[in-house]
Design a protein around this ligand. Structure first.
Ligand SMILES: [Zn+2]
Ligand SMILES: [Zn+2]
Length: 264
């Protein structure tokens, strides 16, 4: 008689534990407004907040991904990037940097709300619907923009690396293409926050700030590879461009597409 009681106690405890774990994996509150979500339905956002997430829609610059109102002929390069010598092939952002998304990125990046990596990583994965990315069958190396160790200590995690991890889980289910996260870059110089600088300052602030990983195994994988360079936000593209320059010229990467959850 004692055994079934123990078993039932154990299964109750397991049930509670499972419930708690699922609560962590599938939060019951909207990450935007904390409204309670119905357990069977939405995972991160209530209907009202989901309606506040604005996908970047065409027309966009074919190179830097900046979106424009009205008509922009296909394949045209915009004023934001036409005077830049860009080392990446093109950049794609998933959502507009405004309202709720902007707020979530801020909380994730500066207020240590690490749990937001999950919804933001899912939003990032939406970039793969872009036609130049959706149709291909190539294998991708997913390379997060690195943080300087000192910045990493301040922030406690690298937002780009965390987003890459969630991105990998989200895209891993898409089947034939392989994605692999590779820490191919390191930050060699502590620089001023890009957000605090004007456009000209952003472009010069990062010179010599990045280098390839010292790991020979990682370096050997880069030659002739295709890279998805991951960051949370793309504004002028200066950070992504500096990373792409190192990957292409020192790592021999053949194709580089910058993907960001948000386009500034
Ligand atoms: Zn909400
Ligand atoms: Zn552009």
């Amino acid at each position: 008689m004692a055994l079934p009681r123990t078993v039932s106690r154990l299964s109750r405890a397991a049930g509670t534990l499972l419930d708690g774990t699922l609560g962590l994996l599938y939060p019951r509150n909207c990450v935007g407004c904390e409204a309670v979500l119905d357990a069977a339905g939405r995972r991160w956002f209530c209907e009202g907040c989901e309606a506040k997430l604005h996908r970047i829609e065409p027309p966009t610059c074919s190179i830097c991904g900046q979106s424009y109102e009205g008509h922009l002929p296909q394949g045209v390069r915009c004023a934001n990037c036409s005077d830049l010598d860009l080392a990446f092939d093109f950049a794609v952002g998933a959502y507009r940097n405004e309202g709720l998304v902007r707020d979530l990125v801020h909380r994730f990046k500066y207020e240590r709300e690490h749990h937001l990596c999950a919804p933001l990583g899912r939003l990032l994965a939406d970039v793969m619907e872009e036609e130049r990315l959706a149709g291909g069958d190539e294998d991708w190396l997913v390379v997060p923009v690195p943080l300087h160790p000192r910045r990493l200590r301040e922030r406690q995690y690298n937002q780009a690396a965390e987003l890459s991890r969630v991105f990998l889980r989200a895209t891993g289910k898409s089947g034939r293409r392989r994605f692999r996260v590779v820490d191919a870059l390191r930050r060699t110089r502590y620089t001023r926050r890009q957000a605090s600088l004007d456009r000209a300052g952003r472009l010069t602030n990062l010179r010599g700030a990045f280098a390839l990983s010292r790991n020979p195994g990682i370096r050997s994988r880069l030659e002739d590879s295709a890279v998805l360079l991951v960051d949370d936000v793309l504004t002028t593209g200066a950070t992504a461009n500096e990373c792409a320059r190192i990957l292409r010229h020192e790592g021999g990467v053949a194709k580089i597409v910058v993907i960001t959850a948000v386009r500034g």
